[in-house]
Design a protein around this ligand. Sequence first.
Ligand code: RFL
Length: 404
Amino acid sequence: MGQITGNLPASGNRPTVLIVGAGPAGLVLGNLLRAADIDCLILERQSRAHVEHRARAGYLAANTVRILTDNGLAAGLLRNGQQHDTCMFRTDHGSFELRYGSRGRGEVHTVYPQQDLVRDLIAEYLDRGGDIRFETRVRDLNDVDTNQPWATCEGADGEVHQRSCEYVAGCDGQHGISRSAVPADAAQRYRRDHGVSWLALLAQAPQSMAAVAYAVHANGFAGHMARSPSVTRYYLQCPRGHDPASWSHERIWEELHLRMRGELHGRLREGQILERGVVDMSSYVMDPIQYGRLFLVGDAASLISPSAAKGANLAVMEAEVLGKALVAHLKGDDEQQLRGYSAACLPRVWRAQEFSHWMINLLHGPMGDDDEAVFLRALQHARLESLRTSRSHQDFFAENYVGI
Ligand code: RFL
């Protein structure tokens, strides 16, 4: 690790906007700024190969597709993405399909792996003359409440530099450092641990059914979601603190078959497990998501559980709002949108949080056989039954499931 001694060397020109992180948030923002010919620099701590292969999200909301299309960033997803409009629920009381594409506002998802989107966004950003430095970690952000914010960053060679800029976009995800540049008394921080964990799996196997499947089982939740023609994401609810390596290949597929009720509805198409990790369902929201000249975007601003597949979609929504606001300010001398960035985004963040929380309660019944667990599972069944039979409940679901 590089050492800081005395004054740090200042490195390169001073970009107008310094973007920390090359995930969906930072890359969409960088592309919007470059389209308006605004000088920006993206610093990313991982290598290009790493971010271009990091599998995460896959379900893009209609608003995300609209933003990417409007800004010339959708060629790959329009060519290779799959439209998706149905989800399926499986319980001890039976199975039903909900064709959400014909309910609510009639919107559908586009399934396109996040790593493919990231690859497209990097290529386009470079085509637009964007500057991006991989394997460069931002250690801290300073003076963000002045006209001269600056960052300390460390390159792959261990050299430590200082970078100054006019504005900073903190797009460095849930484990980033940008949030910590906002003083404790300058923002309210809302946190919740939902007490549920998922073993997140990527299988080298085609999807087993033409729908997202959510299975509610006494052993816990199981999920099935398409990613690409040959790769499918599965989830298995697991105890907190679980070691993902403790699950053998056989045990994973046995448990997925059991919870998905393969004997009734058809066996799953098995394949090698390419990736596994445990995701603890938690939420985090800062209010406001701006401080001085620092603007937080995506998971850096608000973390959401993956129960309703909202995280990447919120990141793109916020990147569009901030991108437009920075262009209006820097090119049109209109600062109003920039001042209103946080107020424009947070109601949509909270709406997504509320629906994700609703989904967690829909999909996870309490374990055990005490009176309370039995009662709450009966309520869970009643909620699913209402979703199966009530047109207005289905409209509510569809509007919130795809909406951002
Ligand atoms: P990212 O994608 O985490 O990118 C942040 C980037 O910042 C870099 N970084 C730094 N760079 C320089 N200096 C530092 N100090 C840095 N610290 C961090 C990181 O290396 C990284 O490249 O955040 P962003 O752009 O806000 O995007 C958020 C989304 O990635 C995230 O919300 C989604 O992946 C969540 N999510 C899903 N979202 C959906 O909309 N639909 C889905 O279907 C969906 N499925 C998922 C998901 C997340 C999952 N996991 C892994 C939690 C499925 C899973 C399993």
